[in-house]
Design a protein around this ligand. Sequence first.
Ligand code: HEM
Length: 407
Amino acid sequence: MPDIPSPRFDFADLDSLTALYPLLARVRAEDPVHWAPQLNGWVTTRYADAVAALRDPALTSQRLALIVQYQLRHSDPAIAKDFERVCKQQMLFRDGAEHHRLRVLGNRGFTPSVMERARPMVEGVVNDLLDKVQAKGQMDAIADFAQPLPAVAIAELFGIPASDRDLFQTWSDDVAKFFGGTHGDPATDGRAANDGMLALEDYFLRLIEKRRPAPGHDLVSLLLAGQAEGKLSAEEVSAQCILILIAGHVTTIDQMGNALSAFLQHPEQWKKLRDDPTRIATAVEEAIRYDPAAPFTHRIAIKETRIGDKTIKPGDVVYVGLAAGNRDPAAFPNPDTFDIARSPNEHLSFAVGPHVCLGAGLARRELAIGIAALAKRMPNLRPAAEPPRRRCESLVFRGFHTLPVEF
Ligand code: HEM
C-alpha cells in the first residue's frame, strides 16, 4: 500500500462528512483518485473512474471480512460469526458466476409487473401515514413518514403478517446499523447484529417451509421457485431474503429524507413539482442524484489495476464515489444545481455494473408515490423551526435522524 500521508482531506471527521459535497469537490479538483490514510483506502471522485471501478473484475465485492473487522475494531471477530456466515451467501458479496446465479433468481422478484402490483399497496401505506398527521400541520418527516414506509412495503412484498413487523424492525435495525457504521460499543453492536441475523435467518427458514407447499406471488415464493429448480439451497433463499429486507430498508428511509431535504432547501423546485405533478419522474431521479443514500460503496483489489493515474495494489480497499461521480462537472452540467427537470440523468446512486441495485424500481416507486402525495396533500411543505439532525456516521449510509417540517 502506498505511504502518502495526506492531512488535506479528513474522511474520518464527522463534520466533513456532514458537509460532504465541498469536501468531494476539493478532492476531485486536487487529487481525484485519493489515498485516504484515515480510511486506509482509496477514494474515487470522478464519474468515469467510478463506472470503470464498478465494472473492473480486478476489484472484488467479497469484502465482508473488511466490513466486520472495521466495525468490530479490536474485538473478537467470532462475535459476528453468524452475521458473516449469512452475508457470505448473499449476492451483494459474491462475484462472477456465483453472483450471476443468485442475481438471476433475485431478478424474478423485481420485474416491472411485480413492481406495478405493489403500487396500490404503497399508495395505501403513504395515505394512511399522511392521514395520521394531516390535521396536526407538522411532523417529523423521518419518524412519521420516511421510516414506516419501506418497512411496511417490503413486509407486504414478502407477505409477512402485520403482527410480525415490529420484531422485524428491531432485528433489521441491529443488522443494518452494524453494516453501516456502529457508533456505540463495537462489541455490543456486533453481538446485537449477530443476534438479529440469527433471528432473521430462523424467521425466514420457517417462512420458507410454510410457503413451500402453497406458494403464492410473494417474494419468498418467487425465490423458492429457484430452489425447486435446484439452483438455490434453502439457506441461500433465506440469505437473499435477509439481504433484500436490509438493503431496501435503511437506504429508502435515508433517500426519502435526503430528497425531502433537497426540496426544503429549494422551495422553487417544490413549487415547480406542485404546479406540474407530471414532473415527478425526473424530480425523483434528480433527488436521488443530488444527495444519494449510499454515497460510497467499496471494493477490494484482487489483482493490480489502475484507476485514473493511480496503481491499485492487490489488497487495497477502494471507496467508489457514487455521490462524488454524481457531482462531477465532466458528467453533469451545473452538477451542484438541484434541477427537477434534469434530463438525461444517468446518476450513479444505484451503482452500475453487475451489482446495480436490485430494488431500484421499488425504491423509485416508493419515492415517487410518497413525494407526489406530499406535494398534493401538503403543498406548503416547509422546514419547521427546529433544525434537522443529519445522520452520516459512515461513508456508506447518509440520511437524517430527524427532519421536522410544517405544512
Ligand atoms: C433509494 C434507495 C436505495 C439506494 C440508494 C440503493 C443503493 C444501492 C447500491 C449503491 C447498490 C450497489 C452496492 C454495491 O455494488 O456495492 C445496491 C445493491 C442492492 N440493492 Fe439497493 N438501494 C436502494 C433501495 C433498495 C431496495 C428498495 C431494495 C430491495 C427491496 C434494494 C436491494 C438491493 C440489493 C438486493 C442489492 C444487491 C444487488 C447485487 O449485489 O447484485 N435496494 N443498492
